[in-house]
Design a protein around this ligand. Sequence first.
Ligand SMILES: Nc1ncnc2c1ncn2[C@@H]1O[C@H](COP(=O)(O)OP(=O)(O)OP(=O)(O)O)[C@@H](O)[C@H]1O
Ligand SMILES: [Mg+2]
Length: 213
Amino acid sequence: MICTKNLSKHFKNETAIDYHDMTFEDGKSYMLLGASGCGKSTLLNMIAGILSVDSGSIEIDGVDMSLKTQKERDKFRIQKIGYIFQDFKLIPEMTVIDNINILRLEGVDTSGVDEILAKLEILDKKNKKVKHLSGGEKQRVAIARAIVKKPDIILADEPTGNLNFAIGEEVIKQLVEISKGKTLIAVTHDERLSSYFDYVIDMNEMTGGRRDV
Ligand SMILES: Nc1ncnc2c1ncn2[C@@H]1O[C@H](COP(=O)(O)OP(=O)(O)OP(=O)(O)O)[C@@H](O)[C@H]1O
Ligand SMILES: [Mg+2]
């Protein structure tokens, strides 16, 4: 379970975001909606331990992440969190399989990869360079890479942001299906996709608002 309490983030001399308390239960899927700039990506980055928490706390399974060192948070993320970035963060010159096997350098066991690529219907693209794939295919590679380590938590930042609705819907269906049993938190602007998730959280209501400091 992930619980935030009195969470806020201050960017130096610029913006402060105050979040209402949130709870994400194990094995459930959550869709985060909200206006641009309300703090969705910042929240995912704090849960993933990429950004530090300035005040308040994020507890994951009862452990306050803000008390961990950056090194401990990095280790936790590598082992437990699959993060699907909006811009994929794939290496275009490398093949699909090499983009995934690169995780072995971090000690990740990628042995289940073929099954995952098959589920995402991109097994036939395994040896293609990522630069030769379509947007939807790249998105699926990013999902495969996040899921191969069998994370407890999957964070997805606008996984359909660059896709047309039909392809985006297909990707979301597959993401939700492949994330069954894990905690999935996905940011999306598209309310039409809400039926695929257990819960929808409107971040406009969950942040006390952004204030300029
Ligand atoms: N590194 C940073 N330095 C300063 N301000 C930042 C930084 N990152 C984010 N912000 C500010 O914090 C606020 C929230 O940003 P965030 O990226 O979390 O929004 P978002 O909800 O993900 O928006 P979008 O839907 O456009 O992706 C914005 O006002 C943004 O300008
Ligand atoms: Mg964002």
